[in-house]
Design a protein around this ligand. Sequence first.
Ligand code: PAF
Length: 288
Amino acid sequence: MCESPLIVKTVRDVRECVAKARADGRSVGLVPTMGALHAGHVSLIEASKQDGCYTVVSIYVNPTQFAPTEDLATYPRTLEEDVQKCRAAGVELIFAPDNSEMYPPGDQTRVCPGPLADKLCGAFRPGHFEGVCTVVAKLLQIVQPDTAYFGQKDAQQAVIIRRMVEDLRMPVWIEVCSLVRDADGLALSSRNARLRPEDRARALSLYQALCAGRKLLATGEPSMGRVIAAMRAVIAAHPEVRVDYLSLVDPETLEDVQKPHGRVMIAGAIRVGDVRLIDNMIVDLPVK
Ligand code: PAF
């Protein structure tokens, strides 16, 4: 009897473990992560466990989703703590491959998403979602789960992955779980670990801006320009913070909203020092 979770590094070992679980009649859930696990990841694991799945967590900092100027080298890596969190949450299998397992010698194939990947974060991180789609397609192909669990914090990622799975006719259900926040409202992110103590209030300005936007929309403010200006004003109180974007979009098409009605996603990305943070909220307005 092996201690849970089993930690494997090769595609072959994952397939063997998953095949055994399937032979035992289990359905399989995959939680893809880049490690530095927090309560948001744990909520994805819990969703998989609640669905009764044999739960596989992948821990892999995927180089192809980082531009050369981005934080691949400094992205937090905390494998030991991650294993403990997985154990406490009842994960059966951790897949922690190295680069040569995910991108074998001679590798050159990429999964290229469509225009959904050019909007919001995609406009500031060219190639990012191609890297995400490529690694997620590989992980889905390796693990072949019934369900894969993603967080709503990465709302654009979730929309693009759902599109990819539909377009490539992949036999997997994509479950998108609620965003998890700290007590003060900051959206949980592995990158929060890189914030200096003095950056916390700066980082929080994104959440506060989204709240201000939500409040204004709820009063019936008809001008998207005024809502965005009000959000920008909240962040402007922190001159050290740079805004990549603050946008009001349709949560499924990610198209800019012209007139506020129905479901609207307020989404934003900021940079605090060299830490890039994203957040979003969905508001349900009266349908006009
Ligand atoms: O959301 C993430 O942590 C990553 O983008 C993912 C889905 C694990 C792919 O590397």
